[in-house]
Design a protein around this ligand. Sequence first.
Ligand code: MV4
Length: 586
Amino acid sequence: MFDKILIANRGEIAIRVMRTCREMGIATVAVYSDFDREARHVLYADEAMHLGGNTPAESYLNTDRIIAAARETGAQAIHPGYGFLAENSGFARAVREAGITWIGPPPEAIDQMGDKVSSRKVAIAAAVDPVPGTTEACMSSDEVIAFGTENGWPVAIKAAYGGGGKGLRVAHSEEEAAEALQGAQREGEAYFGNGECYLERYLERPHHVEVQILADAHGNAVWIGERDCSAQRRHQKLVEETPSPVVDDDLRTRMGDAAVRLAKHVGYQNAGTIECLVQDGEFWFLEMNTRLQVEHCVTEMTAGIDLVSAQIRIAAGEALWFDQDHLDRRGHAIEMRINAEDPVLFLPSPGFITRYREPGGFGVRVDSGYGEGFEVSQFYDNLVAKLIVWGENREEATARALRALGEFEITGIRTNIPAQKLILGHDDFAAGVVTTKWVENHLDLSSLAEIDVPEAESVSGEEPEPRIERTVTVEVGARRYEVKVFVPESQAGQAAAPAVRKKKKRGLRDSAAGADSGSVTTPMQGTVLKILAEVGDQVTAGEAVVVLEAMKMENNINATRDGIVKEIRVAEGDTVGAGEILLVIE
Ligand code: MV4
């Protein structure tokens, strides 16, 4: 077994992995960006290595620095968490070439599954049915029309390297074929550097159900259970649960067996997830996620298996220590993602957390990378905590979820807790009829429209003073070291600037506040995907003028007033910071 593991991630997942390491007697190495110098995952770890910068490219995607950090600290293995480098086969290979163990699947399996056209072919070869569609690249809108005519409309057009809803377009008729294909190709090109697309019959009322598998290096594979992740908005999952309310024992076994067949067929190792669509009691393979997922916790709670521990043991070469017949699931688990975001607009709400009180009690688990006095940055995703509850059955788990949501106190930033209460308390959720369209089409958020940023009555989590860098000389034994220290400005001596408290960053409503302002600004850092207006265009307040990609989502930025577009200050592809002026309306 390993003595030391480096965790190439931040936030709740880094701590999640470190907790298991500690239980296993394995030392942990955290990595961090400038912003995360005092983040919770850094404080939790046994050692920490600075990566540099704040952008993901400078820090958590900085493969050379991460491998160098593992070498320097003597870590024998790297766990990538989810996101960032978790499904980067090039990184997995580089880790291996550096003589370090990669706690994840073989890079070849990542590649086969990363290309969705190839993963559909693999599924067919493993006798697992994908959603009916094509296994060759679709080059022209004539092919879309031919497919729709033969198989019926609507047709889903998907980028081969897409994911998370990126590069997915739906054509409802011949007339929409050309534009939908272009849109999917453009997004595939923009996000994944490849515009290749394929076609599928579009299912209109699917549940998103995925199967967790574990496979070892000796040819053994098992399925652990399914998760229903249908409650989502704009491809951001909000609630995940197991078992799925639309999966019975027979369907569960068929899905599980299919997942194991597929895993064995590609020589998969470690933890993986087979994503399916389920509609009217039937399932189809959609894609495979070759990583540990955010929602793995609900599987852990019902199966009684620590999936991270399993990942580490498998990576260390252990053969699976149980077989399918010994796996058991008990009760019901629900996970709610608690995000720093406006509960109505679903836009990021970064800032300082002034009060933070987690719920507790029987059957309640909270995985978080934040706490009182910590800051949620615009640079990283806005997941503040995962609230996971277990109950004897779905009804008990739902009641516990609502009780725990009621106890959760977070102030200083907006969170989606009010929206989560509406979802978990809804009759449709109780009835198990929440499909992938439900939050967008059926959830009424109007009762939340007036809720402002929650503020603590007595602020105990003071906003930390800005810190500045100083170099000091220390001697360790006889050896001289130059050491950088980061001290509060007020303690940094005469040379320091007077301590000035940073103003709190505000969410969208505040940045759009100057009501008749003609300047359209960005509420957050992001990339300009598309500019929907030209200089001279007449626009009306509320009309989308720019599409901004931020937090892995496309966000429409709207005109702040009626008028004529006088000036456009950015171009498609530009990276923009929070508060930057995009265009001016007169
Ligand atoms: C689909 C679909 C319906 N029919 N494919 C969205 C993200 C990507 N992983 C696959 N997605 C979908 N593919 C066919 N043929 C509906 C979705 C879909 C979806 C899937 C899972 C979770 C949420 C979703 C929300 C909207 C659409």
